[in-house]
Write a protein that binds this ligand. Structure first.
Ligand SMILES: *Cc1c(COP(=O)(O)O)cnc(C)c1O
Length: 363
């Protein structure tokens, strides 16, 4: 069946990105692949299986559904849930051998009542103020880790850097790493197997602490921040395509789409595209975004509808019913689309909806 909108996911590019990134690490460091949010929209099972075939044994997800899904599809090794899991779900943590992040003292106590002995890693808050024990009070922090290490099978501690992609904030990143290393040293006698603080950006630009890096966005070939320069050879794994359903000529004074937000200034060739915000094509791209048609930029005109939107194909040859349109790919990256929509590449990727068919390229 031919789809109206689909993404092509090149697993060879995924493997190459992994190899290139590995080349940037220190010898004693392992890679944990972050495959939360359906592997940033790329399909968690396919991505995890591909990475497992390349030797990756550690995976991070956001919630228990994601973790169980991977287990049920045969993914082995460490599966770490980076955020909250209702303590009522403790039986599944145990049953599927999932490692749960301990996000606070209160949480650790609640989980200890339900499932002592399960695998956990303590989150440490070094300044992001999201989850974790407060690293600004290292003694208290170490005491807590120590006491819960007797209750759970604790396999590590981790923190999260919140500005590792921003050179102007290097000082704060250094402070975060320093706070984390103080805590890590305070509990070094516990010999926790995993001590980690690096995300994609940290691993590239601040990688001087920890024995594991949690690789997310760069694995998929996007920049943590639009201003970043990625290592040579890292490429986007995903292309997003759609089609033209019809074209027509419109004249000066005509308006396009809901709300009549666009008024045609002169003769225009208008094409309708078979994707919309229900596919994840962000409505904020109304009158702002562009797609590529036969290698040329075609600006979005009017508001993006649920299942369709219109683009200006004036002067673009052979734009007709059935013509393939590139929403993300050659000529427009997800990062560029994000700029046009006022967001980040991460959100664009995980916003590509279930309705959009995933097609995998393996050779
Ligand atoms: C999402 C996430 C990552 C991955 O971040 P990237 O910027 O995509 O590399 C790493 N660690 C934690 C705790 C996360 O939530």
């Amino acid at each position: 069946m031919i789809a109206n909108s689909w993404v092509e996911i090149d697993l060879k590019v995924l493997k190459r990105n992994l190899e290139i990134y590995k080349g940037c690490l220190n010898k004693d460091q392992q890679l944990m692949a972050v495959v939360k949010a359906d592997a940033y929209g790329h399909g968690d099972v396919e991505v995890a299986k591909t990475l497992a075939s390349c030797g990756i044994r550690d995976f991070a997800v956001a919630n228990i559904e994601e973790a169980v899904r991977l287990r049920e599809h045969g993914i082995e090794g460490q599966l770490l849930i980076l955020g909250y899991t209702d303590p009522e779900a403790a039986d599944d943590l145990k049953k599927y051998d999932i490692t749960q992040a301990l996000i606070s003292e209160e949480y650790a106590e609640a989980l200890a009542k339900k499932a002592p002995g399960i695998k956990t890693q303590f989150a440490v808050d070094t300044g992001m103020n999201r989850i974790g024990l407060d690293a600004a009070r290292p003694n208290c922090c170490c005491g807590m880790i120590r006491s819960f290490a007797r209750v759970f099978r604790m396999t590590g501690i981790f923190t999260h850097l919140c500005v590792a992609d921003t050179p102007a904030e290097d000082e704060f990143t250094r402070l975060q790493i320093e706070r984390f290393s103080t805590v890590a040293q305070g509990v070094s006698d516990l010999k926790l197997p995993y001590v980690h603080c690096m995300n994609s950006a940290g691993g590239l630009w601040h990688n001087d602490f920890g024995n594991m890096v949690r690789l997310g966005i760069v694995l998929y070939g996007l920049k943590p921040d639009i201003e970043n320069t990625l290592p040579e050879g890292i490429k986007p794994v995903l292309c997003w395509k759609s089609r033209i359903s019809m074209v027509k000529n419109v004249g000066k004074g005509e308006t396009v789409g809901y709300g009549r937000s666009y008024t045609v200034a002169g003769p225009m060739r208008l094409a309708t595209v078979t994707a919309g915000y229900a596919d994840g094509y962000n409505r904020l791209l109304s009158n702002k975004g562009y797609v590529m048609v036969n290698g040329k930029k075609a600006p979005v005109v009017g508001r993006v509808c649920m299942d369709q939107f219109m683009v200006d194909v004036t002067g673009i040859e052979n734009a007709q019913m059935g013509t393939e349109v590139t929403l993300i790919g050659d000529g427009i990256t997800a990062d560029e689309m994000a700029q046009n929509a006022g967001t980040i590449g991460y959100e664009i990727l995980c916003g590509i909806s279930k309705r959009v068919r995933r097609i995998y390229i393996t050779d």
